[in-house]
Design a binder for this molecule. Structure first.
Ligand code: ATP
Ligand code: MG
Length: 300
């Protein structure tokens, strides 16, 4: 299939959810239960996803060979939205040697002793690689904003902590992303958009099913009380940082099969747009290859 046809076909799944400019962004305009009217059985969805993952594996091989662009995939979501499962399924075929997944949890003492972007900057993928941030620098304007007491251990000089701190951080993040994209890091940001009701259902499932008990955390239930504050923080973060170069995807997350399809489509589409090819061979390299072949043939 010609490249442009693939891009057009994928656009159907990605365009409705892509945000490239934040001015009038509102979460309420995005339905967590949306499936674009698609009805699929589990098998069909799994089959389609597998094809997408295979495609991605092929592209990753070229990305690695050309050793120039890299891909940074940022995943943000409320608990139980399906970040881990989406990462697992979408990346299932990709060569683990060209891919790094980093989960960002509560920062360590060392991390708290640095500027807020430090720990993330050190994990930006090398050229040719795919980096996945399972949570990211966005936590610095989400959980830290919702629980402002978390700012204190960051040891910022008090004179620099003012009312505008969140706007300042968002501007810093937007500039950091501009910088990275100008360096050849392709950034895609996914907000898995789960509804309040569906989160409750998934938590109850974790309590009801013994094989899901290990996933349950009472702290997550407590955190749910701050849902409204989180939604406000997400909305402001997306508004301030959605750009053409580093778009957000507001991925419906109430149906896992659909979440995975949209994420896979967005990644494949973005890499296709780079129009990557295996590096060509120069005339000198061709001569070297021919000489190596001769030598090999002479050997026993
Ligand atoms: P899962 O629950 O599926 O294992 P998770 O990403 O929720 O995945 P947890 O260990 O449950 O992992 O939670 C990590 C916690 O760390 C989250 O509550 C997140 O908000 C918090 N966190 C991440 N970054 C920061 C930060 N910079 N400052 C404070 N807390 C943070
Ligand atoms: Mg958790």
């Amino acid at each position: 299939m010609p490249r442009q046809d693939i891009i057009d076909a994928l656009g159907k799944y990605t365009r409705p959810f892509r945000v490239t400019g934040g001015e009038d962004f509102q979460l309420k305009n995005f339905d967590p239960g949306d499936t674009l009217g698609l009805k699929m059985d589990k098998q069909e969805a799994a089959h389609l996803l597998e094809r997408g993952s295979e495609w991605l594996a092929m592209e990753q091989d070229i990305l690695y060979a050309q050793d120039s662009w890299s891909l940074l995939l940022v995943f943000q979501a409320m608990d139980a939205a399906g970040k881990d499962g989406t990462i697992k399924h979408v990346m299932s075929r990709v060569n683990p040697q060209g891919c790094d997944v980093v989960s960002f949890k509560q920062p360590s003492d060392e991390e708290l002793s640095h500027d807020f972007l430090w720990r993330y900057a050190t994990k930006v993928p090398e050229r040719g690689r795919i980096g996945i941030f399972n949570r990211s620098y966005y936590e610095e304007v989400l959980v830290v904003r919702v629980h402002q007491e978390l700012l204190k251990p960051q040891k910022i000089p008090p004179a620099l902590v003012g009312e505008r701190i969140w706007d300042e951080r968002l501007a810093d993040i937007a500039r950091f992303e501009d910088y990275l994209t100008r360096q050849g890091v392709v950034i895609l940001k996914f907000y898995l958009n789960l509804s309040y009701e569906k989160q409750k259902k998934r938590f109850l499932e974790r309590l009801d099913k013994p094989e899901k008990n290990w996933k349950f955390s009472a702290a997550d239930v407590h955190e749910r009380r701050h849902w409204g504050d989180y939604m406000k923080a997400y909305e402001e973060a997306i508004r301030a940082t959605a750009s053409r170069a580093a778009p957000w995807f507001i991925v419906p997350a109430d149906n896992k099969w659909f979440t995975r399809l949209v994420v896979a489509a967005a990644i494949v589409e973005a890499v296709e747009k780079l129009d990557l090819r295996y590096p060509g061979v120069t005339p000198e390299q061709r001569k070297e290859l021919a000489a190596a072949r001769e030598e090999l043939e002479r050997q026993k």
